[in-house]
Structures are given as C-alpha cells and as structure tokens.
Ligand binder design. Structure first.
Ligand code: NPG
Length: 395
C-alpha cells in the first residue's frame, strides 16, 4: 500500500494509508435513503432519550459498481449540530454536485474535491464510507484489508444508558457481562453519576468500567468529578463542554483517571491540539464525527505514533454503519474495546444479513468478504424507507 501526505477540509496533514479504486472511476449517482429503525429499548444519555431513529444511508454508484455508507446524524441536533435533514441537504445540494460525473482514484482525491466546503462531517463521512466500500468491492478485498486492518476479530464493550434506578442498571450490567461484553460503559449526568458508578464497581470489582458524560458538566464540577477517581475507571469520557480542550486539560491535571475525548475531537488538528494540551490520554474515534475515513486514518496514525490508546465509538448505527466500525476497529491502533455491539443489542432486525453477532469471548468477527462484508437486506430496507432520492449529475 502506498503512503502519502494528505490534507483535508478540517485541516492538518498526516501520512496515512490511502484507499484506492483499481483505476480512476466515474461517480455516477448518489442514492439517499431515510430509514426508520426502532430500538428494542430506549437509550438515554445526558442529552436525551431515543427510542426510534431515522438513519440516513448513502449508496454511491460508479460504473455499475456500488458502495454503502451511513450518516450517523440523529433526528435532532443534540450530540452535534448535524441532523439527518442537514446531512441530506449537504449531500444532495452541495457534495453530490461537486463529485458526480467526475472521476476519482482515491479517498484522498474524494476528500480533496469536498475540501472547500466547511463542516458537515457526518454528511462527508456518509460519502467517504460509501466510497471506501465501493473501492473495496472493486478490489475484491474486505474493507478491513483496504483500510489497513490487521485483526480478524475486534474486542467490544457495551454502552449502557441512564436507567430509572440503580437496580435496573445493575441488572443490565449483569446481563451484558453474561453475554461476554468486555467493557461496560455507563452513561452519566449530574444526579446520575457517583452512586450508580459506586454500585456497579462494588458488585463487579474486576471489570473494565468506564463512564461517559456527553459534555454534561463544567469545570466548576471538577471537585465532584474527582470523586470518580475512587472507582478505578478505565476512563472518563467527555465530561466537559462539547467543543472544549483547555478545561479538560485543567481537569486532567487533577484527575488520576484518564480522560477520553469524543465530541471535542472533530478532526486531525483538534486531535493534535488535544494531545499537545494534555486534554485527554485516550481518544474515541467516530468516523462520522471527524468527517470520514481520511481524517479517521490520520488520527489513527497520530495516536499510534504517540502511543495514545484509541477505540471505536458507536452512534446506534444500523448494520451498515456497524460494519464500517468493525472494519475500522480492526486497525492496529485500536487498542481498547469499542462501542460496537451486536445488532441485537439495539435492533430486533437489522438491515444487513447476517446480523452482527457477539462471540462468547466478547469479540466480533471481522468479515473477509469484499467491501463491508455483509449483504444489505433490500426487502427490509425497502419496507423501512421513509424517503429516497437518487441524485445524478444533471438532476
Ligand atoms: O453502541 O452504538 C452504540 C452507542 C454507544 O453510547 C454510545 N453512543 O455518546 O458515544 C455516545 C453515544 C451516542 C449515541 C451518541 C447516539 C450519539 C448518538
């Protein structure tokens, strides 16, 4: 594989693996689909509760071939400013016209064509993920292989939402440990933090345990957050504001427990700045948050070079986004279990066949078939689709 220097919209340059089609390929059409997915049970974080969501899927067509991507934005601008509707707009009205009808030979070229646009990382990642699947299918290789993955299975953890009672939480922790999940992550917020964490730790002294606040605190809560140091946590994820680095650095100085940043790391430059400032010791990777594989691979290489543990986050993806996460987590720098659960953790029926399953050892197999390595269940996809549009160069 070639190494090349690449610069993308969010800025910054790094030496990363590039993803290439065998020959330059003409991008013919982009199909957008909004698909309804009902969760088995509501999922609650510090920013809200979701029981059903619409997933925006992207199908990129090029010279008879295709690739699937997923936009991880939600219905409301809660986790970030993007929504499925803003992503639909950015993709249909700006990104597709900039790409369709033209030829691209690599992910770097694709990213460069979109570099003049600012923001909309989840929409951008929708296209980049679709292109990477397409490139892998054309090469007859697994997506994992094309991205430079090395693992045949990826160890995974589970993220447990805020519950009505500590007992309900303990029950869920128990159930997921029995299923084999190797790390438990608890969602916390003011009023639901030290007590539930203490109860879980008391019951399970030896497990890998972490917490995620989704930006629910400020530095003024520092003294309260220091109480979490007692529980031997693997990490505290994004306790402070979604766009902050400096307050996290100040907090990290006082905390024994490593901080991990999610929301605050929006691209390679922010990752470099976060590490330089000492704002975190662990990085959560989400392709959608950073604008796609071009940035994700660059951040992976950065963390690896600096010896910073990295893991793959999750956004309640359908099987398509889940498959992309599995492939990404197979890279060598992903040294901690990811938020990549089995399909059944969230959905009765997934959009892919076979569904993603958890092995009893708490790992998920990395598929070897070309592209994302799963088939899309077109019947179920059709039944769940609320809106679809095919964008072509002269539409
Ligand atoms: O397993 O897909 C999963 C969900 C993991 O907790 C999880 N995701 O903040 O990382 C997060 C959180 C999230 C879910 C964020 C939905 C945004 C939307």
């Amino acid at each position: 594989m070639t190494r090349r220097v690449q610069a993308t919209a969010a800025g910054g340059a790094a030496t990363v693996e590039d993803v290439k089609t065998p020959t330059p390929i003409r991008l013919d059409a982009l199909e957008l689909r909004l698909v309804r997915m009902d969760l088995i049970e509501p999922f609650e974080t510090s920013f809200g509760r979701v029981s059903s969501r619409r997933v925006l899927l992207v199908r990129l067509e090029a010279e008879g071939a295709f690739g699937w991507g997923e936009v991880v934005a939600g219905d409301e601008p809660l986790y970030s400013y993007e929504t499925v509707e803003t992503a639909w707009h950015a993709l249909r009205d700006h990104f597709a016209p900039a790409l369709l009808g033209g030829r691209v030979a690599s992910l770097a070229e694709l990213a460069a064509r979109l570099a003049r646009f600012r923001g909309h990382p989840m929409a951008r990642a929708g296209i980049e993920t679709a292109y990477a699947d397409l490139a892998a299918r054309l090469r007859g290789e697994s997506l994992s292989h094309v991205l430079g993955g090395v693992r045949t299975e990826v160890p995974v953890g589970v993220s447990l939402g805020i519950q009505a009672t500590v007992d309900a939480l303990l029950l869920r922790v128990e159930r997921h440990l029995e299923l084999g999940y190797r790390r438990i992550k608890l969602k916390i917020k003011p009023g639901w933090d030290v007590d539930p964490v203490a109860a879980v730790r008391r019951r399970h002294p030896g497990i890998l345990l972490s917490v995620d606040a989704n930006a629910a605190y400020t530095l003024e809560d520092g003294a309260h957050l220091l109480k979490l140091d007692e529980f031997d946590l693997l990490m505290i994820e994004q306790p402070l504001q979604h766009d902050d680095l400096l307050d996290h650095a100040a907090l990290q100085k006082k905390l024994k427990t490593p901080l991990c940043l999610d929301e605050s790391i929006t691209g390679l430059r922010r990752a470099e700045q976060a590490l330089a400032a000492g704002a975190c010791r662990i990085v959560n990777m989400k392709t959608g948050r950073v604008g796609g594989y071009s940035q994700a691979l660059a951040i992976h290489d950065l963390c690896r070079a600096r010896g910073v543990p990295l893991w793959c986050g999750g956004m309640l993806e359908s099987g398509i986004g889940r498959a992309h996460n599995i492939a990404l987590a197979s890279l060598v720098g992903f040294t901690l279990p990811g938020d990549i659960s089995a399909s059944r953790r969230y959905y009765d029926r997934d959009l892919i066949v076979p569904e993603v399953e958890l092995r009893p050892n708490g790992a998920i197999a990395v598929p070897e078939a070309p592209g994302i390595g799963f088939d899309v269940d077109m019947d179920y996809l059709g039944a769940q689709t609320e809106r679809a549009e095919r964008v072509t160069p002269h539409a």
